[in-house]
Design a protein around this ligand. Structure first.
Ligand code: FAD
Length: 451
């Protein structure tokens, strides 16, 4: 009997336990991707282009066997099951709030036909790393220790004698794919090999410098599952530089992704509400009212703070932003403009090609001080000194802000101090950072005091 392999955040052929399970069901395998309007609605053009590219490469790896359907999965999957007389549907276990509910709905709609979940998009499935007393972790460092102690399985082998179910009609994608983006399993491995050879060892030193381009840029591949983190961890363990500080620092970063997925698994409501209850009463600016102009300036990279503006323009141009810059622009929105982090998180999810609900929304909460960070609500990033420290020659700013191309060196972070710094149309600062920092702290104190 044919088994359906319903692909979602696992757009690859290799190291895919759900494919193994579908094959072991004994018959042909029919791989299917459902373009779900509920998920597509919030995705911007950059994200859609990457998804289209990942699907194209997926179909090549699957020898042209992938079927695309467009619609609600709880309708499309049972329809396809009936069409081909499938005996089971195989998936990687989904752990996000929307994914879990969608799978429950689909499971119910499938009736007698089982929805079989094998593996997850993580090295250790969310929910599996526990404290000694069985509880869940809310702080990163102890989680990462327990995660490493837990360990992870070896990559899953490609099944022998795979047979694809063919001859099933496929729908065109409901958006124009046209773009030169490459994203998919082949691209993921090519980029990964390049990173391993060129930048793994020095990763620890350069990872905070947006001007250097030494991070892996693997986030988009992890988002679509064009490579599994288990494969990456196995490659690091086998690499000559695998035990260096740089490599171990990289493993720690992969662990952040796993940590946030774990937190979201235990606390699904924290996707869109403050994890820390004591800060839920904070007063925020009205994004449709007094803060509307400021928010638009932030979105378009016109705040007058070069490091922030370079990041926001990189986001619009490339659908990606360096981690250090994500932290600074997020802090600016929340603590300089006093906007609730959820508005920024939504904007990021629309534009980031790696937009991921767990890493994004908990990354935002970490910066906002409402999430897992045990310390400092009083940490307010200074957008100028952050820029001077992590982009010391101003090269990153000049790359994305052409109005500052003429400003030499680190002065690019304070163009208002240079005689012709603002001569080419770069805007004045929209707020006084020192004053807004004081205001942010006042709001935090007020929120805590009101409880
Ligand atoms: P590298 O430095 O090469 O790191 C390797 C991998 O480790 C990344 O690909 C990623 O999977 C993981 N990782 C690294 N840092 C983090 C982190 N802080 N949190 C979780 N995982 C991490 N990451 C996303 O994948 N999707 C998002 O939507 C996202 N939104 C973010 C929003 C904010 C406000 C912040 C502060 C961070 C966000 N991050 C997000 C985390 C991080 O910025 C990106 O994972 C990283 O910049 C991706 O680039 P890279 O692959 O070159 O990272």
């Amino acid at each position: 009997m044919t088994a359906l392999l319903w692909l979602r955040r696992d757009l690859r052929l290799h190291d895919l336990p759900a494919l193994l399970a579908a094959h072991e069901a004994g018959g042909e395998v029919l791989p299917v991707f459902v373009a779900d309007p509920a998920l597509l609605a919030s995705a911007g053009t950059v994200r859609l282009a990457h998804l289209a590219a990942a699907l194209t490469e997926l179909d090549e790896s699957y020898d042209g066997a992938v079927v695309v359907r467009v619609g609600r999965p709880e309708e499309e999957i049972p329809r396809l099951v009936r069409e081909v007389g499938a005996g089971s549907v195989h998936v990687s276990r989904e752990t996000t709030p929307y994914g879990r509910e969608r799978d429950e709905r689909t499971d119910r709609a499938l009736g007698e036909v089982p929805l079989v979940a094998t593996g997850t998009p993580y090295a250790v499935g969310p929910g599996l790393v526990r404290k000694a007393d069985g509880g869940s972790f809310q702080v990163f460092t102890p989680f990462s220790r327990a995660w490493r102690e837990h360990g992870w399985p070896r990559p899953a082998p490609l099944p022998d004698g795979l047979r694809w179910h063919r001859g099933v009609e496929s729908s065109p994608l409901p958006w124009g794919a046209g773009s030169d983006v490459s994203c998919g399993e082949t691209s993921a491995h090519a980029r990964w090999e390049e990173f391993l050879e060129e930048d793994l060892e020095g990763y620890g030193d350069g990872r905070d410098r947006p001007d250097l381009d030494v991070t892996s840029q693997m986030s988009v591949h992890l988002k679509y599952g064009t490579i599994h983190p288990r494969t990456m961890l196995a490659d690091i363990a086998a690499h000559p530089a695998g035990r260096t500080d740089g490599a171990q620092r990289f493993v720690t970063e992969l662990c952040w992704r796993e940590f946030y997925a774990d937190v979201l698994w235990h606390r699904p409501e924290s996707a869109w509400s403050d994890l820390r209850e004591d800060l839920r009463g904070m007063a925020y600016a009205d994004v449709d009212g007094e803060a509307a102009d400021h928010v638009r300036a932030w979105q378009e990279g016109r705040t007058g703070f070069p490091f922030v503006d370079a990041g926001m323009r990189q986001l619009l141009a490339e659908g990606w932003m360096h981690n250090r810059v994500r932290m600074v622009v997020a802090s600016f929105l929340v603590k300089d403009l006093h906007v609730w982090w959820g508005h920024g998180a939504r904007y990021f999810l629309e534009h980031l090609r790696d937009g991921d609900i767990a890493s994004n929304n908990h990354g935002w909460q970490w910066v906002a001080g409402t999430g897992t960070d045990p310390a400092p609500y009083f940490r307010v990033f200074n957008p100028v000194t952050q820029g001077e420290r992590f982009d010391p020659d101003g090269a990153y700013v000049r790359r994305y802000v052409p109005e500052l191309a003429h400003v030499q060196g680190r002065a690019a972070h304070q163009p208002w101090t240079v005689p012709d710094g603002l001569a080419h149309g770069y805007p004045e600062r929209i707020v006084d950072h020192a004053a807004e920092r004081v205001e942010a702290l006042r709001r935090y104190e007020e929120a805590k005091g009101s409880r």
